[in-house]
Design a binder for this molecule. Structure first.
Ligand code: WTA
Length: 650
């Protein structure tokens, strides 16, 4: 947890009323309206969620809204529906048929717009292709894609035929991809020849080939031609997307899915070395992302909504693809980097497409701050009416900059707290209804019951006391299990405080009921809003022959939020050197991906351990942060001289 940020939040006592012009048109117009709806959602969750789900289409009605056998929830049991049908076909009977669904911009500046009609046709054609490749309901399909419309098309096509997609972020390495393909047991992989990032081609096909070789289980690789560079195609196994869809029928009957049938798996880091496959199911996830997207982003039919996340993360799943499309919104999708060719690319896109709602991350905002106000000032930005942030705690300074320089003090900001596991936004202010406090995420969304507890699980009721954030009631889009590891699901989330979902975050609540998220309290690091487990990086390091032992901690970073510092003990006769440090950094990139690259490697003859052999991470964090004086109890430290060594040991 970053003390400076907490102090800054507590010192920042200004709060901001939602602008009147916004409030008048908002979906939820006042604190009182919020309170009344919140109360109803908590007192009668079944009535509340039944009503929301009823706004969507079901092929067969559910018998029961909720069956709750902690920690197992089933929502809308017996109901049959299809998420792709609700995100596409449902709109075709209305005027939205010819409304833009996806407005896409490639990094080189090429653009494509797909109306709902066109998106439906693309999805249906690709659904037919997948069926022809032998993909059936329940099969897992892995996606390793750049940010191109086909990524959304492939996700929706899987949903249409009942296949379970597993999207792997295109920045992950071949071996990270292989691990996820194997864990999911995917026989089909969808990828592209490459994608554009800062003017360079990201060689996705190359990494995909390496991963496929490593797994030995992939039968078909579908390759979208994006960058056009030469890539090897293995006959019989590899197929060009454009060849497969050619002449294929643009109608594909949606598979009737049981409400609790799996929709997707998304891997995320936890406190062990192995990423977890978080499983989301159909009816609850659909209902929750539908309702949160329209309420939190105040979506109207004339909005042009842009979420800058990648589809490889949960934010891309819930708030680029499913939530907005379920609402028939126009979604902007951008392929590349925020500073290519210049640091005003985002602002150029906002003006060019007339973006009204912008959803991005604190790490991006801090980078924009560093690049300077002159870049956004070159653009009008007058189409914007609402701003959002997600992924990590936002420091008040960044919040205020976003509010002033981008929103011109005219746009409310929603600071949305949630997780891969929660499927949708859990804590946020509602624009129009809530006064905003920089640094505070805000209040619980409808139906969400957060609580702050102490180490023993006792609720902390007094305001302004830090504790662990738990959720005490089930909600529709909660994860249902960890793919292939039901025990981990129970142990990881439900065993600290039986009957309550443990988030892994610390938080405090003020007297008005606003939540301040303090950050992770477990061994998860948040780099630029991306989650990484310390153990994952440690196992990558020890897989290098020169490393005997490694411990990884985070240190605060002004742009990325956190950065990785790795303490490494080399094997016997290996001499630490700058070259070795570079080699180890490159090795981590190879094993996991560029986001996991350590900012710093410190060599030491030994790591600080307790007498029972536990690595003292708290101490390492202090050293990594450059703290001269080590505070706290080190009486259990076995060998005190290692502290001095580590402080020096670069
Ligand atoms: C952090 C991303 C503070 C938090 C949607 C959480 C945040 C983890 C916020 C989940 C926020 C996300 N304020 N912290 N608005 N949003 N986090 O699974 O630590 O990639 O547990 O989901 O990000 O990251 P994940």
């Amino acid at each position: 947890m970053d003390k400076d940020r907490i102090e800054a939040v507590l010192k920042e006592t200004r709060s901001f009323e939602p602008p009147e012009a916004f409030r008048l048109r908002a979906r939820v117009k006042s604190e009182e309206e919020y309170e009344a709806e919140y109360r109803r959602s908590i007192e009668d969750p079944e009535g509340y969620w039944g009503e929301i789900a009823g706004e969507l289409e079901w092929f067969e009605p559910w018998q029961k809204v909720l069956e709750w056998n902690p920690p197992h929830a089933k929502w809308f049991t017996g109901g049959k529906t299809n998420v792709s049908y609700n995100a596409l076909d449902r709109h075709l009977a209305t005027w939205r048929r010819n409304k833009a669904a996806i407005v896409w911009e490639g990094e080189p500046g090429d653009t494509r717009t797909l109306t709902y009609h066109e998106l439906h046709r693309e999805v249906s054609r690709f659904a037919n292709v997948l069926r022809r490749l032998g993909v059936k309901k329940g099969d897992r399909v892995t996606l390793y894609m750049p940010m191109i419309p086909e990524a959304a098309v492939a996700m929706l096509a899987c949903a249409r035929i009942g296949a379970v997609h597993s999207v792997v972020f295109g920045g992950f390495s071949a071996s990270a991809l292989a691990e996820r393909i194997k864990d999911a047991g995917s026989e089909v992989l969808i990828t592209a020849d490459g994608g554009w990032r800062r003017g360079q081609v990201v060689p996705l096909k190359e990494a995909a080939d390496e991963a496929v070789r490593e797994t030995g289980i992939v039968k078909h690789v579908v390759v979208v031609r994006r960058t056009g560079q030469e890539v090897p195609m293995e006959p019989g196994r590899d197929h060009w997307y454009h060849e497969l869809v050619e002449g294929v029928e643009g109608e594909a009957p949606p598979e009737p899915m049981d409400s609790e049938d799996p929709l997707f798996i998304l891997y995320t880091s936890g406190s062990t070395g192995k990423p977890k496959g978080v499983l989301h199911t159909t009816g609850g996830y659909m209902t929750y992302t539908f309702h949160t997207a329209r309420t939190v982003f105040d979506l109207k039919d004339d909005d042009t909504y842009w979420c800058t996340a990648d589809v490889g993360w949960i934010t891309g799943h819930s708030y680029i693809v499913y939530g907005p499309l379920l609402n028939g919104a126009t979604v902007v999708m951008y392929e590349g980097a925020p500073n290519h060719p210049e640091p005003d690319r985002f602002w150029e896109i906002v003006d060019k497409h007339g973006v009204t709602v912008l959803y991005t991350a604190p790490t991006a905002i801090r980078a924009f701050m560093r690049w300077g106000e002159q870049w956004p000032m070159k653009h009008r930005l007058d189409s914007l009416r609402l701003l959002g942030t997600v992924g990590e705690p936002i420091n008040p300074e960044a919040w205020l900059w976003y509010y002033r320089v981008i929103g011109k003090e005219r746009c409310p900001i929603v600071d949305t707290w949630w997780q891969t596991e929660t499927g949708g936004i859990m804590i946020t202010t509602l624009p129009g209804a809530h006064r905003m406090k920089p640094g505070f995420a805000g209040k619980p969304f409808f139906g969400i019951a957060p609580e702050i507890v102490d180490g023993e699980g006792n609720p902390i009721r007094e305001p302004d006391q830090g504790g662990y954030l738990v959720i005490t009631k089930p909600w529709p889009s909660m994860l249902r299990t960890v793919w292939g590891d039901p025990e981990r699901f129970v142990n990881q989330y439900w065993s600290q405080y039986p009957g309550k979902y443990f988030t892994g975050d610390g938080a405090r609540r003020d007297a008005e009921g606003y939540y301040l998220i303090l950050g992770r309290v477990d061994d998860v690091i948040n780099i630029s809003g991306h989650r990484l487990g310390t153990m994952e990086v440690e196992s990558a390091l020890v897989s290098h022959p020169a490393v005997a032992e490694a411990a990884v901690v985070a240190r605060p970073d002004p742009i990325k939020g956190e950065a990785i510092v790795a303490f490494v003990t080399p094997v016997g006769d290996v001499e630490p050197s700058e070259a070795l440090a570079e080699e180890l950094k490159a090795h981590v990139v190879k094993v996991i991906g560029a986001i996991a690259r350590p900012a710093e490697i410190r060599f030491a003859a030994a790591l600080p351990k307790t007498r029972s052999g536990k690595i003292m991470r708290r101490l390492l964090r202090q050293i990594a942060a450059g703290q001269e004086e080590i505070s706290g109890d080190i009486s259990t430290l076995e060998d005190r001289s290692v502290v001095e060594q580590l402080k020096k040991g670069k």
